[in-house]
Write a protein that binds this ligand. Structure first.
Ligand SMILES: Cc1cc2nc3c(=O)[nH]c(=O)nc-3n(C[C@H](O)[C@H](O)[C@H](O)COP(=O)(O)OP(=O)(O)OC[C@H]3O[C@@H](n4cnc5c(N)ncnc54)[C@H](O)[C@@H]3O)c2cc1C
Length: 428
């Protein structure tokens, strides 16, 4: 039986980054993946959605070219061609992950892993069953689409986020159930391509865990784009027959069962995600990272877990959040945000910013929260063009404990969108 220092189960952003980090320390590492390298993020998550979002953005830009004195004619959209291009990009990026693992001398086994005991894994490949031994095992098996009670995906009418990213035609009508980040992104993308979208959320607001001001503004923006938004909807399937497709994006579920956790007495939580304390499970030398520990459900938190577990670090940094709507929304809060009692808020608007005017993107605002006592910036919320990039500066400002007075000493490029962050702090 082949022996390794480290075995990693799952080659998504958590798994492959973890494997590479351990390999760089000179460890003998194997990674086991049952599907394509790159996991959900690369094959059916972050990358495909952002490619489709970009395609929709280009379409919008072309149709607004007259604003710059340019005439253009947009041919009817061939959605199959867009999906083909998306697939080509994904294939290339998967090859990139494969090259990266090879360059770091990580062994890759294609197959489904399960525990035999705490040091041995059984791996079912297409042709055989093999066993490997490892001193340390890292579980990075990710998560799967979760439906709503009493509804099964049939992958034809009732579809999940993977199915929708492989449709070859834009449906005429689509009901999207679940107005979290994924539901909003997919609603925005498909509405841009001409689909009549109804977006339903059972919670009282869309983006249920986000600032209500931001969620309300986004609701208005989505409605202006023709998306019918219904929050606080108790019967999400009330008129199910009137939709060509029903996309259910109501959260993620665990896939830990396949690992045969009972063979090693691995503790799972109520929802069957792996219970951990600083990535350590209840079983010696077995760790878990990424979606399977249900802490972030984001590729970059998964990647941070990978670094932390390989380098024995603990990091508690503010986590920026982004939703790719049109325009995008983003937010970041200090880790101890809720402990501040005397907070002031200030806003700046994109319509007042020269760069936003030049880009023809006048929608939205930036809201900043500062602690009145220390004058530190403790929260930033953005709805507007390039929110996804602007939030990085905001994260650095919060992480570095910068005060409003520190920002006054900085210079912001003009004409730039980042001027809006400074302006919002001055309005606090
Ligand atoms: C539609 C969509 C859009 C998203 N957009 C973003 C975004 O823009 N930004 C962002 O940060 N996050 C986004 N996410 C979330 C992000 O994709 C996940 O948080 C991230 O992929 C989690 O990484 P992971 O490595 O933990 O798991 P995964 O990426 O899910 O990888 C786990 C891997 O383990 C494999 N595996 C599972 N069980 C076994 C087994 N028993 N044996 C062998 N292999 C196994 C799976 O095949 C999979 O490849 C999106 C998700 C979705 C669904």
């Amino acid at each position: 039986m082949e022996k390794y220092d480290i075995a990693v189960i799952g080659a998504g952003p958590a798994g492959y980054n973890c494997a590479i980090n351990f390999a760089k320390q000179g460890k003998k590492v194997v990674i086991i993946e049952k599907d394509n390298l790159g996991g959900t993020c690369l094959n059916r998550g972050c990358i495909p959605t952002k490619f489709l979002w970009q395609a929709a953005s280009v379409k919008q830009t072309i149709s607004k070219s007259y604003e710059y004195g340019l005439k253009s004619v947009l041919e009817p959209v061939n959605f199959q061609e867009i999906i083909n291009k998306k697939n080509r990009l994904v294939e290339n990026l998967v090859k990139g992950v494969s090259r990266l693992l090879a360059a770091n001398k990580v062994d890759v086994i294609k197959g489904t892993a399960s525990f035999k005991n705490k040091n041995e894994l059984n791996i079912k490949t297409e042709t055989e069953e093999i066993s490997i031994f490892a001193d340390k095992i890292i579980i990075a098996t990710g998560s799967e689409s979760k439906s709503i009670p009493n509804v099964e995906y049939d992958h034809k009418k009732y579809i999940d986020s993977t199915d929708v990213l492989n449709l070859t035609e834009v449906p005429k009508t689509m009901l999207v159930i679940g107005a979290g980040a994924i539901g909003i992104e997919l609603s925005s993308i498909f509405a841009s391509f001409g689909c009549k979208v109804t977006l339903r959320e059972i919670c009282p607001q869309i983006l249920p865990s986000e600032d209500s001001d931001l969620a309300q503004e986004l609701s208005k923006v989505l409605a202006r784009q023709g998306i019918k938004v219904e929050a606080g909807c108790t019967d999400t399937l009330k008129d199910k027959d009137s939709f060509e497709k029903i996309l259910i994006v109501a959260g993620r579920k665990s896939n830990a069962d396949e690992l045969k956790p009972e063979n090693i007495g691995l503790s799972l939580d109520k929802r069957k995600f792996v219970s951990t304390q600083n990535y350590a499970t209840n079983v010696d030398n077995i760790f878990a990272i990424g979606d399977i520990i249900a802490k972030g459900f984001l590729a970059y938190t998964a990647e941070q877990d990978a670094i932390n577990v390989a380098e024995n670090l603990q990091s508690k940094n503010p986590v920026p959040k982004v939703v790719f709507s049109f325009p995008p929304v983003a937010s970041v809060k200090a880790v101890d945000y809720d402990s501040y009692k005397d907070v002031a808020f200030g806003k700046s608007t994109f319509i007042s910013n020269a760069r936003a005017q030049i880009e023809g993107q006048r929608t939205g605002w930036i809201k900043v929260a500062i602690d009145n006592v220390s004058k530190k910036v403790i929260g930033v919320w953005i709805i507007g063009v390039n929110a996804d990039e602007l939030i990085e500066s905001a994260t650095m400002i919060i992480k570095s404990d910068m005060k409003v007075t520190d920002l006054s000493k900085d210079m912001f490029f003009h004409p730039g969108l980042s001027e809006l962050i400074f302006e919002a702090t001055r309005n606090c």
